[in-house]
Ligand binder design. Structure first.
Ligand code: AMP
Ligand code: MG
Length: 278
């Protein structure tokens, strides 16, 4: 593989093929990303190029209002959801990008159906919205921790697929990315959160409880990837043990998604010769 893989290479290495999703195995996906980017230097150069491109594409999207992009970032604690979003959009105007993080639902959110809080903040035309965690928590943490009856969780896979189809049919592209890290790497990062004063605020004792349920979470993720990788909104599994490779791969996917929109600046709606500025 060349030192900078093409957009196509990155897509085909990360996608969960909807046609074969039923037998998808998460264990077969690597967490290191060295097949795509041999060195961190290559990854950093690629990220730089893509982050610049993402800004240009977002500008065209904002001007044309030709559609919207929803980027869903999922991954267990410390997988790097915040970091990946920060790096991919580091050159993009904050005017056109929104980030929503979904934590434990509030009382008001719990009083509605679980999709309510997500649909409300899905992107309007011209915008990119990043979901840091998403509707998938309602079949991940909710399943693993038994926060809803199993029969309700079971119905949600199809409901989520329908919800996303509705978004796509109404002009929103949905890019779904799972950040895939190893248990060892998570251990390192949790230790780092305790050791580095500037990272301590990120540590939550609940993360250790979730770490004990590692296998259950991996199984719940595998079920999501098997049942919700659809032709209209396929899943991508991004190796996330290396921060620079994770950010480079995520940015390539976002860039590819925006390029697929074939965006163009709109006709200004006036003739240039009408106006003279003295
Ligand atoms: P963080 O992303 O570190 O701020 O943590 C957010 C926490 O909220 C995680 O432990 C999630 O599992 C949890 N969370 C997110 N969505 C839900 C949900 N629908 N029900 C219960 N817990 C949730
Ligand atoms: Mg956390």
């Amino acid at each position: 593989m060349p030192s900078q893989p093409s957009l196509k290479d990155v897509q085909s290495a990360t996608i969960v093929d909807p046609k074969k999703a039923k037998s998808f195995s998460l264990k077969e996906r690597d967490t290191r990303g060295e097949k795509l980017f041999e060195s961190k230097k290559d990854a950093k150069a690629s990220l730089e190029e893509d982050a610049i491109k993402i800004n240009e594409l977002q500008d065209t999207l904002f001007a044309s209002k030709a559609g919207a992009l929803l980027v869903i970032l999922q991954g267990i604690d410390t997988s790097g959801k915040d970091g990946a979003a920060k790096e991919a959009f580091r050159f993009t105007s904050p005017l056109g990008v929104m980030v929503h993080a979904f934590g434990k639902p509030t009382e008001e959110e719990l009083a509605h159906d679980y999709l309510w809080r997500l649909h409300k903040v899905a992107p309007r035309k011209g915008y990119i919205t990043v979901f840091n965690r998403s509707q998938y928590e309602d079949v991940l943490v909710v399943k693993v921790r038994n926060l809803a009856p199993a029969s309700m969780v079971e119905q949600r896979y199809a409901q989520i697929n329908d919800f996303e189809k509705m978004l796509v049919e109404n002009g929103t592209r949905v890019l779904k990315i799972m950040l895939h890290i190893s248990k060892e790497e998570q251990g390192e990062r949790l230790r780092e959160r305790l050791e580095v004063p500037e990272k301590r605020w990120k540590f939550n004792p609940g993360d250790l409880e979730d770490r004990k349920l590692w296998d259950e979470y991996q199984a719940a993720y595998e079920t999501v990837l098997q049942r919700c990788s659809t032709p209209h909104a396929p899943w991508h599994v991004v190796p996330a043990d290396s921060r620079s490779r994770r950010d480079a791969i995520t940015s390539r996917l976002i860039r590819a998604e925006l390029e697929a929109m074939k965006l163009e600046y709109p006709d200004p709606g006036y003739r240039l010769e009408q106006y003279k500025i003295d």
